[in-house]
Write a protein that binds this ligand. Sequence first.
Ligand SMILES: NC(=O)c1ccc[n+]([C@@H]2O[C@H](COP(=O)([O-])OP(=O)(O)OC[C@H]3O[C@@H](n4cnc5c(N)ncnc54)[C@H](OP(=O)(O)O)[C@@H]3O)[C@@H](O)[C@H]2O)c1
Length: 278
Amino acid sequence: MTSIPDITLNNGQVIPQFGFGVFLIEPKDTVAAVSTALQAGYRHIDTAEMYGNEAEVGEAIAKSGLDRGEVFVTSKLSNDAHEPDDARQAFDATLKALGTDYVDLFLIHWPLPARYGGDIAATWQVLEEAYREGRARSIGVSNFQPRHLRRLHGETQIIPAVNQIEVHPYLTQDEVRAFCAEHQIAVEAWSPLGKGTVLSEPVIQSIAGRAGKTPAQVVLRWHIQRGDIVFPKSVTPDRIRENIDIFDFELSATDVEDITLLNKNQRTGPDPDKFDGR
Ligand SMILES: NC(=O)c1ccc[n+]([C@@H]2O[C@H](COP(=O)([O-])OP(=O)(O)OC[C@H]3O[C@@H](n4cnc5c(N)ncnc54)[C@H](OP(=O)(O)O)[C@@H]3O)[C@@H](O)[C@H]2O)c1
């Protein structure tokens, strides 16, 4: 395997462009899955308070023999903890569960425009505190639309380092990605495989056949060549190893374009403009 590229964020911190996502991995399966990923060479883990497996992520990292500084860890604020005092407590609880005194990246998980009076600025200011204290090395948001990001720009001091949004060949997110590029906000593509839905797509299968790679590897390579950060999830050891084996080939510009043309603005998850977090 050749090495995983780094992306430099707008605050100078560096994030591995490829990592491992743990959404919907049961706590009882998380130590094994994260351990397999670390053994396969992953050095970036994406968890969240709402996934209920932060403690097991921390346990797997502790058991791996790697130094804390060798693994980039992201977590995210729960939807029920946006009030500033709740957010402070929730952040403390994340560090405790992970067994660490800092996270590399902490995100507001959802903007929740219909809750908390839509006051995302007050919640963001708590993340700014954690950043200034050095307990979150970088801070960012997730599922934010341009209007939510504009609001933060107008009312707060620190520009989010990343925006983690749903992106895959059926949802290419041109508008949000362009806004983020213009404002030096890195894009993290969640559900990069569309939760598996894109893998039977004939265009992707045909490119995979030609490249001698699997459909999942082709889709993950497409994300990497578009410049987004990805962290596919799997509990299957062979797939965990398959997914990271994408740094020894390249898609042509035409292949990248053909996959991008599969867009149908089709989400697998909630619409951030409507989702109220419950
Ligand atoms: N910020 C947010 O709101 C948000 C929302 C959703 C996800 N995320 C993050 O993004 C990460 C990834 O997204 P995701 O878990 O929703 O979906 P995903 O990574 O697109 O897809 C995961 C699904 O694909 C299967 N799979 C994985 N590798 C495969 C391969 N090589 N071949 C065939 N199937 C494969 C997995 O099955 P098995 O596990 O059975 O192998 C699982 O069913 C999450 O874990 C989480 O960290 C963030």
